[in-house]
Design a protein around this ligand. Structure first.
Ligand code: ATP
Ligand code: MG
Length: 236
């Protein structure tokens, strides 16, 4: 019965992903799967809708593909994060752990009151989250880039000091803009930094993250940001 709805998507998703979508739909996390927002080798993000009169029923559903290419990239990250030191085993298991990691990281960010898509649920390789009604920073025209950068800096400060995470893949592709406000996405690879030693271990990644963002604003909006100054402002 339920699987009929996703027939059109067969061939795109494997059986296991289809059953997971089925369960999530039955549990009312969404009512209707819509268009693909983004499809890629590693996974897809789909628009979905929950028929809800009171609240915004729009959802984004991220589904990781269970492929060996993903496995390679992912396992190297997971073994660097103490929370996943014990995860070994097959491809599917690692992809599930990875989705769980992204969901947990989203939760940590949300609890720290960052602007991230609200994480509703994660099951197997599927994450249901709030739909961000905007676009990627690389595509959206900023009315006030200085102000936006300040907002972004605040987000990055909270991410490091409250959520205690190093993003690890920050760029104009993983920052969304909704109503001229930054939303940080794609936190699957983010590293937990509970203490100074953890931070030291990922400092290279952290500095790379900030550098990418600083370079983007200097390049695209002709800002005059100094990497060292920005890093200093992000210190505790
Ligand atoms: N919550 C959301 N609301 C609206 N659009 C989203 C949302 N999450 C992701 N997207 C869109 O889908 C794109 C891909 O999402 P994301 O960056 O999380 O995945 P990815 O780049 O495929 O991840 P990875 O690099 O780990 O495979 C984003 O650039 C954005 O355009
Ligand atoms: Mg991305």
């Amino acid at each position: 019965m339920g699987k009929e709805k996703f027939k059109v998507l067969e061939g795109v998703f494997d059986e296991h992903t289809l059953s997971t979508l089925d369960v999530l739909k039955r549990k009312k996390y969404f009512d209707e799967l819509g268009h693909a927002i983004k499809t890629g080798k590693e996974g897809d993000v789909y628009f979905a809708r929950k028929f809800d009169k009171e609240q915004d029923g729009r959802r984004a559903i991220k589904m990781y593909r269970v492929t060996s290419a993903n496995f390679k990239k992912i396992s190297q990250y997971i073994t660097r994060d103490y929370r996943f030191k014990t995860i070994k085993g097959n491809l599917r298991k690692v992809i599930m752990a990875w989705s769980q990691k992204e969901f947990r990281n989203l939760n940590l960010c949300h609890k720290a009151q960052m602007n991230v898509p609200y994480p509703y649920i994660q099951m197997n390789n599927v994450i249901v989250m709030q739909y961000i009604d905007g676009g990627m920073l690389k595509d959206i025209y900023l009315e006030d880039p200085e102000d936006f950068f300040e907002q972004l800096l605040e987000q990055l400060y909270i991410m490091r000091h409250e959520a205690k995470l190093v993003h690890g893949d920050l760029s104009e592709y993983n920052i969304m803009v909704q109503d001229q406000t930054p939303y940080i996405i794609d936190v699957g690879q983010a590293m937990s930094i509970k203490n100074e030693d953890d931070f030291k271990q990922f400092e290279d990644l952290y500095e790379r993250d900030i550098k990418v963002v600083v370079n983007f604003f200097n390049r695209k909006y002709n800002l005059d940001l100094e990497l060292e100054e920005v890093l200093e402002r992000l210190e505790g």
